[in-house]
Structure formats: structure tokens, C-alpha cells
Ligand binder design. Structure first.
Ligand code: BGC
Length: 763
């Protein structure tokens, strides 16, 4: 009789032979058969281990071998780890997986690499405001190079949740309110992370999240219920996720919310019928952090029941919650799930590991040499500075206060002026916060001896110390000054006394947006506003450099401040990039991707809304028995697509190739754009369409094209868009994706409000 040990040895040799074949143009198909060969060798425990994704936590090298995680790995209970930083630690943990487990299956190493790794780019909402897909892709490419050098092979990005609610803190992590733009960004980011070959040592697997509809949490309160019609879902929210699948994203993360009354992580319609069967996704699905366990308070049953529900829905990997690890065996024995369901999930995770080349070389992503030389490099930081400057949105510039001259005395005031750590913005797990360039340093670098800088803090981020303690976290201190706000203002007034111009660095701190950072009041805190008022009262020109992770209610600032430059949270090189724009080395060209309301009561306020049966006539702001408010007009403060420049752009008339089209014809839309100012600049030319009559109500405008064009002073260019029937399709009452013949208004402009339109009839 053959001894059990011998059988294991034979199996291991067979597995080694399979796992170490050269990887030549491998398709998912042949990875699948390799994965099947491993599956045959696996015990049930080992299979469930592959479905388990614990958080890496703070394992320190040297302890790695003896940590709890190491014990679980050796027992074959771990499929991957996440948010563990450093090539050295990852190598050590990977070594345990491939040397000290029975089947030697390598681990995935994930991380929230959201807007850069150590070299941080602007927060995603800022990145989207560049409207520049090449730059978006480049930022993801650099993030992948740095993360992979440190051992990371999987990022929990892009986050593509459409959101129209600035109360929700996670608007900072997404691309704003438009599905068309969101879809383009999803594709660019996935291309940047995954490249054309996932097995290369400097590409990493992307994970599109949070599937689905997380950005529509009721009242903007994080993790809250989502309930919407299928029409809205498909016409207004799903496109970016679908685009990610089309771009070949390797993995998908479930969302915390429910969709149609069933939490996403247990929603079979969502995870299997739509994602896999309709869209053809063939990667693996991971839950969000403990999302399976959270189905218990959602009212879906106990841990065993919700874990079985998630597996049956099509979820493959359980992040942190261990519901799969601890209950699926019991469910299998009781016939509540079947072996095929487990095997499918394991197979998908093994295939991902093959795609990443981990069986070929489990250490390919943790190269000490690359880790030393390819992270936070001067080249990457230079690109980060250039990109950051492209994301800033000039909201107001009365009397051309900006750009500033490099002369005289410049006063810098405000709680965000001298704070390196907060430049990172939210979700910057691997960032070197203390090495970011603060605005104060940026001004000093730009000015040298040419002008004098005086500085005073002037205000805390918020007057309420309890609130401030909630947003002074994750290594991003706000350096609260315990003196009274009045004393801080007086100190600032004394400091600015001899200044020629005041730069006020105000708004939110980095962690006032992001996860679990919803706000019911979306204005700049009152104590900062009091400081702005005091500065304005000096009669000196004041430029508001606005730090924010969300659209803010800024009616007061728009009314009182002569110049406002929105810089979001711009990452490692923030200070230098802001100085580049303040002094006119770079002409701002960012445009908002989320509407700024006048006040929070208008929320949700978005450009692609539908008409009502009682719309307000254009130019009016109140009429009895019309759809409006008594106390505020329907207009946004700053519309979607809005942003100024140091120059002016003039649009010519739109010319259409035809106003009568049929079938497969292409409509060519042309418009000439001229830079009529005296400096060079870039303009984001936007194309919107309105479907005038349809079988369901349709939005008053939908973005269907955009181009960022660079124009030298005085230069004109003709911008061309081509539209086909495909671009005019929508999901009808039966959720069929259809083209309905009829009249369409084609509009072009520099933002969603100021457009010129022309009608076409398309049969
Ligand atoms: C977030 C995800 C993130 C995950 C892992 C969750 O709380 O919702 O976006 O990827 O944590 O850190």
C-alpha cells in the first residue's frame, strides 16, 4: 500500500511541474486547466483558505514568521493579504506561503492604491477634473510601477461610483456625477494599472469598486441604503462599472449597500446575472471589508446563512470577515451550497494568480532593487507636480487678480497653508505624508528672493475641537491651535498688515472627506469664514486657495471673495503645483466633474437631471406652482463642466454634417474654438445631447463627448465629434438598450450650462 505521505509528495511534484511551466501567451483558458489541476489536489480547508482575505495589518519583519497571520498562512487558510507595506515584509510572508504550506500556492498582495503609492497624485475627484485621459492613465501607471516594486500585485482601484451627493465623503474617491466621463476614466485607469500584460513585474491587477451604486447612499450618509429604479440604475449609474469590465478589469469589489432590497454582496442578480452573464466578466469578485458579515444587521440571516448567500450570489473572496472560512464547510455538509460553487470561486482566484505570473515567480512583485530605485523618484514627483496643476479649477478671478506677480509682500494665511500631511488627501495608505510639499514651501520655492512671504495660521480647521479630532487622523494632523479663534484672527491681521496680496489656504482638511466622512453641512467652517471676512475687511486683494474633497456650498465665498482657485488635495507635490498656477507658470484648465450647489438644501443637484412637468422658464428663479424653491433658485453655484482660465475661449457656431440622418449614418459635429486672450491655455470642449421625445422621460442633457484642446494665444482650432445611433441609445422601460428615432438637440460648450444647441432629426 502507498503511504499517505508518499501520495502527498507525488501530488506536490505534479503540482510543481504544472505550476512552473513557462508562461507564454497564456490565455485564461489554459490558466483554467492549470487551476483545475491544482483544485484536484486541494482539501476543502485549503480551498476555503484561498477564499479568505485577511488584512495585513502591522506585521513587522522578523515577527512575520511567528505572527498569527503566519500561522494561518501555514495552515493554508489565506488566499491573499492586503494593506501590508514593504517589499521585505511581503517577500517574507510570500516565502512562508510558497515554502511552508502543503501546496505552495502564492498569495495575492492587495492594497488601496487609490491615487498613487508613495508618489501621490491628486484625489480622484481632482484627477477627474483634468478631463485628460492620458494623464489619468499615466498616474495609474506610475502607481502600478511603485506599488509593484514594493510587492503589491493588486489594487482596490478604480473606484467608479457615480455620486450626486456632496454630503457623501467618498465623492472625493470617485470621478464625479457623470457616467460617460466616469466610464472613460475607468478605462484609462485600468489600462494604467494592468497594461497589456498582467504578468509583467510592473503591472498590477485592478479591482473596480464598489459594485454597485454605492454613491447613491440615501442622504449622503455612508453605508446607507440605496433604492433606485432599474431605469436610473442602467441609464445613470452602471456605465462606469460596465466599462471597467470591457476594459478587462481583473477583479470586482462588492459594495456595502443593498441593491433592489438585497445587499450587493449577496445579490445574485447583480454578481452573476448582470456582471458575469450579461457583461461577460470572467475575473473574480471580492467583498468589501466585512461586507458579508454586514448582511447580518441588514437582516439577511446569521453568519452561516449570509456566507452561503454570498457564495451562491457569485462572490469569490471574503475580505476580513471570515464567514467563508468558518461556515462554508458546515453549509456544504448540510447541502446548503455545493462543491461546484466552492470550486468555481477557488478556480477564479487561482486563475488570477496565474495571470499575475505568481506561480512562475511568486516574488516577481517584491524586488528590493526596484523597491529602492523606483519609488518616490524625482521623475515620478515631477510628473505628479505637472499632473496636479492640470486638476485645479479656477472658480472665480475678478479683475484678473490671478496670476500673482512675484514681487512685494505676499501674505499666506489659513489652516491648510503650512500642513504637509494634509496635502495627501484621503485614501493614501502608502503615502509619505511628511514629505509632501506644503503650500508655504511651494510659495517659498517659487519666490526665492523675489518677494517676501509672511505667514499666519489665522484659524483652526473647525472651531469645534471634537469635530476636529475626528478629521485629524490617519497620520494627517491638523495641528490645532488651542488659542481662541478671535486671537488667531487678530494675529493674522497683524501679520498681513504690510502685504500687497493675501493668499488664504482654507476649506476642508484631508480627512473631512473619504470613507465615513459624510457631512450634513457642506460649507466652509464658520470660523474660517470669519477669518476670510476679516481679511476682506483689510481692503487688500484676497485669493482663496480652496482645499476640498467634495463640492462645497460656497455662495458666501462666491459673493465675497474676488478669486477662488480650487486645488482639491493635490498629493505629494501639491505646494509646488499650486504655486505654478498661482504665479501663472501653468494656466489652469481643470473643469468641475461634480456640480457645486448654492446650498445643501438643493442636494442632490446634477446637470443631467430630467425635466419636470412644471419646469421653471429659463431665466426665472421663482414662480408659484412651478418646480422650484422659495428661498433659493434652481441654479447651481458652479455647474458641471465649469472652470475658468487665465485666457478666454470663444466658441463659433456649431456645424452639423446633416440635420436629417437615418440608420447607420454618422453625425459630424464641428465647432471652432479660439483662444482670444494673451496667454496660451487648454480648454475642455464638451458635447451634450438631449433626446427630445422618447418612450420614457430623458435627461435635459447628457455628456456624449469631450476633448481637451491646447490653444496658443490667438489660435483657433476646429474640434470635431462624431456621433452614431449607438451614442444615442438608452435603456427603455423594459431595460432594453435601444435607439428611438426622433429629434435630438446637439449642444457644445465650455461647461454644461453655457452651451449652443442645434437640432437633428434621426430616423
Ligand atoms: C472600503 C474599500 C477598501 C477596503 C479595503 C473598505 O472599507 O470601502 O474601498 O478597498 O476597505 O481597505
Amino acid at each position: 500500500m502507498i503511504k499517505p505521505n508518499l501520495i502527498i509528495l507525488i501530488l506536490c511534484i505534479a503540482f510543481y511541474a504544472i505550476g512552473h511551466q513557462p508562461l507564454q501567451a497564456q490565455t485564461t483558458g489554459n490558466f483554467a486547466s492549470k487551476a483545475d489541476s491544482i483544485l484536484q489536489l486541494m482539501t476543502l480547508e485549503e480551498k476555503l483558505g484561498q477564499l479568505n482575505l485577511p488584512v495585513g495589518g502591522d506585521i513587522t519583519t522578523g515577527q512575520a514568521g511567528s505572527s498569527d497571520i503566519a500561522i494561518s498562512i501555514k495552515a493554508g487558510q489565506v488566499g491573499g493579504l492586503f494593506n501590508l507595506k514593504s517589499a521585505e515584509k511581503i517577500r517574507e510572508i510570500q516565502r512562508i506561503a510558497v515554502e511552508e504550506t502543503r501546496l505552495k500556492i502564492p498569495l495575492l498582495f492587495g492594497m488601496d492604491v487609490i491615487h498613487g503609492y508613495e508618489t501621490l497624485f491628486p484625489i480622484p475627484l481632482g484627477m477627474s477634473s483634468s478631463w485628460d485621459m492620458a494623464l489619468v492613465e499615466q498616474s495609474a501607471r506610475i502607481a502600478a510601477i511603485e506599488a509593484s516594486a514594493d510587492g503589491i500585485n493588486w489594487t482596490f482601484s478604480p473606484m467608479v461610483d457615480v455620486s450626486r451627493d456632496p454630503r457623501w465623503g467618498r465623492v472625493s474617491e470617485g470621478n464625479g456625477e457623470d457616467p460617460f466621463l466616469g466610464a472613460a476614466i475607468a478605462k484609462a485607469m485600468i489600462q494604467g494599472y494592468q497594461g497589456d500584460d498582467l504578468a509583467l513585474s510592473n503591472t498590477i491587477m485592478a479591482c473596480v469598486k464598489h459594485f454597485a451604486l454605492y454613491g447613491a447612499s440615501e442622504a449622503g450618509r455612508d453605508y446607507n441604503t440605496v433604492d433606485m429604479s432599474r431605469q436610473r440604475m442602467f441609464n445613470e449609474y452602471m456605465l462606469p462599472y460596465q466599462a471597467a469590465v470591457e476594459a478587462g478589469v481583473g477583479s470586482v469589489m462588492t459594495s456595502f449597500n443593498d441593491v433592489d432590497g438585497i445587499p450587493a454582496s449577496g445579490n445574485k442578480w447583480l454578481m452573476t446575472e448582470l456582471l458575469r452573464e450579461t457583461w461577460g466578466f470572467d475575473g473574480f469578485v471580492v467583498t468589501d471589508y466585512t461586507a458579508i458579515n454586514e448582511m447580518i444587521p441588514h437582516g439577511m440571516g446569521n453568519l452561516q446563512e449570509v456566507s452561503a448567500m454570498a457564495l451562491q450570489a457569485g462572490v469569490d473572496m471574503d475580505m476580513v470577515g471570515e464567514g467563508f472560512l468558518t461556515t462554508l464547510e458546515k453549509s456544504l455538509k448540510e447541502g446548503k451550497i455545493n462543491q461546484t460553487q466552492i470550486d468555481e470561486a477557488v478556480r477564479r482566484i487561482l486563475i488570477a494568480k496565474y495571470q499575475l505570473g505568481l506561480f512562475d515567480d511568486p516574488f516577481r512583485y517584491a524586488d528590493p532593487n526596484r523597491s529602492q530605485n523606483e519609488i518616490f523618484t524625482p521623475e515620478h514627483r515631477k510628473v505628479a507636480r505637472e499632473i496636479a496643476a492640470q486638476t485645479f479649477v479656477l472658480l472665480k478671478n475678478e479683475g484678473d487678480i490671478l496670476p500673482l506677480k512675484k514681487q512685494g509682500t505676499i501674505a499666506l494665511v489659513g489652516p491648510m497653508a503650512d500642513n504637509r500631511e494634509n496635502m495627501a488627501g484621503t485614501w493614501s495608505v502608502a503615502g509619505r505624508f511628511t514629505e509632501s510639499v506644503s503650500l508655504k514651501e511651494g510659495l517659498e520655492n517659487a519666490l526665492g528672493e523675489q518677494a517676501k512671504i509672511v505667514y499666519a495660521r489665522g484659524a483652526n480647521v473647525v472651531a469645534d475641537s471634537l469635530l476636529e479630532s475626528r478629521v485629524s487622523i490617519f497620520g494627517k494632523p491638523t495641528y490645532r491651535d488651542e488659542r481662541s479663534e478671535e486671537v488667531l484672527i487678530q494675529e493674522a491681521l497683524a501679520a498681513v498688515k504690510d502685504a500687497d496680496v493675501i493668499v488664504a489656504a482654507m476649506g476642508e482638511s484631508a480627512e473631512m472627506s473619504g470613507e465615513a466622512s459624510s457631512r450634513s453641512d457642506i460649507e466652509i467652517p464658520q470660523n474660517q469664514r470669519a477669518l476670510m471676512q476679516a481679511l476682506m475687511d483689510t481692503g487688500k486683494p484676497v485669493v482663496l486657495v480652496l482645499f476640498t474633497g467634495r463640492p462645497l456650498g460656497m455662495a458666501w465665498e462666491e459673493e465675497h471673495m474676488p478669486a477662488i482657485l480650487n486645488v482639491w488635495f493635490a498629493g505629494s507635490e501639491a505646494g509646488d503645483a499650486i504655486a505654478d498656477v498661482l504665479f501663472g507658470e501653468v494656466n489652469p484648465s481643470g473643469k468641475l466633474t461634480a456640480t457645486f450647489p448654492q446650498n445643501v438644501g438643493q442636494v442632490p443637484l446634477f446637470y443631467n437631471h430630467k425635466n419636470t412637468g412644471r419646469p421653471l422658464p429659463e431665466g426665472e428663479w421663482f414662480q408659484k406652482f412651478r418646480s422650484n424653491y422659495l428661498d433659493v433658485s434652481n441654479e447651481p453655484l458652479y455647474p458641471f463642466g465649469y472652470g475658468l482660465s487665465y485666457t478666454n475661449f470663444e466658441y463659433g457656431d456649431i456645424s452639423l454634417s446633416s440635420t436629417q440622418l437615418s440608420g447607420d449614418q454618422t453625425l459630424t459635429v464641428k465647432v471652432s474654438v479660439t483662444n482670444t486672450g494673451t496667454v496660451d491655455g487648454a480648454e475642455v470642449v464638451q458635447l451634450y445631447v438631449r433626446d427630445l421625445v422618447a418612450s420614457i422621460t430623458r435627461p435635459v442633457k447628457e455628456l456624449k463627448g469631450f476633448q481637451k484642446v491646447f490653444l496658443k494665444a490667438g489660435e483657433s482650432k476646429t474640434v470635431q465629434f462624431d456621433l452614431t445611433q449607438e451614442d444615442l441609445k438608452f435603456y427603455n422601460y423594459n431595460i432594453d438598450f435601444v435607439f428611438e428615432p426622433g429629434e435630438f438637440e446637439i449642444m457644445v460648450g465650455g461647461n454644461s450650462r453655457d452651451v449652443e444647441g442645434s437640432l437633428v432629426n434621426w430616423q
